[in-house]
Design a protein around this ligand. Structure first.
Ligand code: NAP
Length: 291
């Protein structure tokens, strides 16, 4: 297929590479143009603007946050100014509110809109094994299938309302951070009598098998808070998006407040480059002060 790709950061660069490898004709654009060079060497075309990247069958955006997506979509030479009718697949982790605005704006044009945020870090993206949460019109989702199969190992189809996929993504990240908070509190309490290795060996086998507990318990055991895999700043952005959704729907979420405050504490104490799992370290330091 003729696929445009906008946003060649850690995630986007890896996803676009897999599209090139799968034989799609890929046209790339990035705010910092140098990041497109390795893909161009491998056969991708360079677009001069997001609008030009949106001149094929599909245009995928994978950008940092709401502001970036707004600029790239609604800007003067943005995706929405293209008239080719490309399906816009938005993979960034953005607010529910922006996803709703994007869906409404695309509905005024000939370009269908699909929300498709993902679970999986850059290494998973590089391996083509992302989990894709997709929502949009059935015909548009069907047309995206060859692209999704090149970059992910599982696609969850979540209905016709695009913002539902964004909400599932945010709920997933909130539950992941809540699990790390719980692990950090349990480890801090238990470590005077049992090693973190033994504690988590028992708990992940007996009660909590699965990727989140297994991955993060090892990070806590190793105290591997730098370099960041899923950075505290990105996680804080997601918890703020979750809080906005909770406010909009008037749902009290006290646990979300704890996780958000500990992320802020982790950034303040250990720097912008710390991993999100350092919320466990905040719990440990608080306990040391209280002792
Ligand atoms: P990243 O490496 O920081 O890349 C961000 C991308 O957004 C870059 O291409 C950057 O362009 C672009 N960008 C930022 N501000 C912009 C603006 N104002 N106008 C135009 N382009 C702009 O981030 P990432 O790790 O790839 O994450 C991308 C998205 O995936 C985020 O929404 C993130 O929450 C989500 N996500 C990340 C992970 C993860 O583990 N990293 C996992 C799942 C989902 P420049 O190159 O010019 O800076």
């Amino acid at each position: 297929m003729n696929v445009g790709f906008v946003g060649l950061g850690h995630m986007g660069g890896a996803i676009a590479l897999n599209l090139v490898k799968a034989g799609h004709q890929v046209t790339v654009w990035n705010r910092t143009p140098e990041k497109a060079a390795p893909l161009v060497t491998l056969g991708a075309r360079r677009a001069e603007s997001p609008r030009q990247a949106a001149s094929g069958d599909i245009v995928i955006s994978m950008l940092a946050d709401d502001r970036a997506v707004e600029e790239v979509v609604f800007g003067e030479k943005g995706i929405l100014s293209a008239d080719a009718g490309a399906i816009h697949v938005s993979m960034s982790t953005i607010s529910v509110e922006l996803a709703e605005r994007l869906a409404a704006a695309h509905a005024e044009t000939v370009s269908p809109f699909v929300s498709a945020p993902v679970f999986g870090r850059p290494a998973i993206a590089m391996a083509g094994r992302l989990t894709i949460l997709a929502a949009g019109a059935p015909a548009a989702l069907e047309a995206c299938a060859p692209v999704f199969s090149a970059i992910g190992h599982r696609v969850f189809q979540l209905g016709e309302t695009p913002s539902a996929a964004n909400l599932v993504k945010l709920c997933g990240n909130f539950m992941m951070m809540s699990a790390v908070e719980a692990m950090g509190e349990a480890m801090t309490l238990a470590k005077s009598r049992i090693s973190p290795e033994m504690l988590f060996d028992v708990l992940t086998e007996a009660l909590f098998p699965g990727p989140v507990y297994e991955t993060y318990s090892q990070i806590l055991i190793d105290a591997a808070y730098k370099p960041a895999r899923f950075g505290a700043l990105l996680a804080l952005k997601d918890m703020n998006l979750m809080a906005a959704a909770a406010n909009q729907s008037r749902v009290p979420m006290p646990l979300l407040g704890v996780v958000r405050d500990h992320l802020l504490g982790a950034i303040a104490q250990f720097g912008d480059d710390v991993d999100s799992s350092a919320i466990a370290l905040v719990v440990e330091r608080n306990a040391e002060r209280a002792a």
